[in-house]
Structures are given as structure tokens and as C-alpha cells.
Write a protein that binds this ligand. Structure first.
Ligand code: IMP
Length: 194
């Protein structure tokens, strides 16, 4: 089964394809001729995920899903949250975001944080939401070179390594996105069976 996933981020594609397995072939917006940036202007992860999925569905008519993720840092009142991509600048500048996060947590002993992902699926014209969360800590310097975004600063509970020190398989065992996508996969398996 082919399904359109609202991302052109190669890291995300690899992670999500690994979770869904080869029963599903992921198609990207670019594959469908949607080359412009998909708007995400809502104040919540749920709103953004739905906005992106609806945008694609309206243009392609294909079954599709979109995800939106936020890093919620306890000592910062849940920031950067829905603003995670554009925390430091207008673009997706991962290095600048990480620098700002460390700056804002300087001297802070409470390093609790969580990643939260919301996946919005449009299937047969109906909408469904799935959520995935992983709890952990923000460490005080970037460690590791895998993954993307805040991965070098985030150490999930139960591990002595950051996400950026893990393989895709290891990250997928616990990550926010993998947890949300596993719920999506379970739902799709049931749906396809009916
Ligand atoms: P998006 O909504 O999934 O694009 O995520 C928004 C921002 O959150 C991204 O630009 C990254 O900075 C960050 N982010 C999302 N997922 C991850 C992840 O798995 N690891 C690290 N950072 C992430």
C-alpha cells in the first residue's frame, strides 16, 4: 500500500519507513508534485499535523499523514514546544536552536524534557490522530552525530546516550515519533484487513 507522508526530511523518512516496514511504501510531497513548503501555522501540534495532512489531501486526494513534533522542556514552561523548528531563527537551523536551548537552560538544575509527536492521518477522507511521547533529560553539551534537530542534547530515560549516539533502530525503540507511528501502523493493519 502506498501512503503519502508530509515530509521531505530524509531522516524522518528513514525512521518512519523502518517502523512501518515494507508493507507500506512512503511517497513524499515532492513525488506528488507538491514542492512548496507546506504551511504549519497553528498554535498546537495537533493543529499543525492536521493542517499539513489536509493541505496534501486537498491537493492530491491521496491517503496521507503528517506529523508535528515539539520538544517540551519542563524548566522552560514547555518551550520550545510547537515552536521547536523555529526556536532560534526563522529557518530550521538546528545548531542555532541547540545553542539557544543550552543558553536558556544555563545554571538550571531541572533538565527534564520530553518529545511529543502528533500524527494526523487522512484515510478514505476521514481524520485520525495518534500521539507518541518520550521522556528524558537535556544534557549540557551536544553529544553524537546521528539523527537531527535536538538529538545531540536529548538523553531518553533509561539510557546513558543521546539520540544522536543511537542508530535508527535504537532510536526507534523508544522515540516519540516511532511510538506515534507504531499506533498508526497498528491502525492501518486493522483497516487494511477489514
Ligand atoms: P517537526 O514538526 O517534526 O518538523 O519538528 C519540529 C522540530 O522539532 C524540528 O525542526 C526539530 O528541531 C525538532 N525535532 C522533531 N523531531 C525530532 C527528533 O526526532 N529529534 C530531534 N529533534 C526533533
Amino acid at each position: 500500500m502506498k501512503i503519502l507522508f508530509a515530509t521531505n526530511n530524509a531522516h524522518k523518512l528513514t525512521e518512519v519507513q523502518a517502523v512501518l516496514g515494507d508493507r507500506y511504501t512512503l511517497v513524499t510531497p515532492r513525488d506528488c508534485g507538491v514542492t512548496e513548503e507546506i504551511p504549519e501555522t497553528q498554535p498546537t501540534l495537533e493543529g499543525n499535523a492536521l493542517q499539513k495532512a489536509r493541505y496534501l489531501y486537498e491537493r492530491t486526494g491521496l491517503d496521507c499523514f503528517a506529523d508535528d513534533t515539539g520538544l517540551e522542556v519542563e524548566a522552560l514552561g514547555g518551550a520550545p514546544g510547537v515552536h521547536s523548528a523555529r526556536y532560534a531563527t526563522d529557518g530550521h537551523d538546528f545548531a542555532a536552536n541547540n545553542r539557544l536551548l543550552l543558553q536558556n537552560l544555563a545554571g538550571e538544575v531541572n533538565r527534564r524534557a520530553r518529545f511529543r509527536t502528533v500524527v494526523a492521518l487522512i484515510l478514505g477522507g476521514r481524520e485520525y490522530l495518534f500521539e507518541g511521547v518520550v521522556e528524558g533529560q537535556i544534557i549540557d553539551h551536544e553529544t553524537g552525530h546521528e539523527g537531527f534537530g535536538y538529538d545531540p542534547l536529548f538523553r531518553p530515560d533509561g539510557y546513558d546516550r543521546t539520540f544522536a549516539q543511537m542508530t535508527t533502530e535504537e532510536k526507534n525503540a523508544v522515540s516519540h515519533r516511532a511510538r506515534a507511528v507504531r499506533k498508526l501502523a497498528t491502525f492501518l493493519h486493522e483497516y487494511v484487513r477489514e
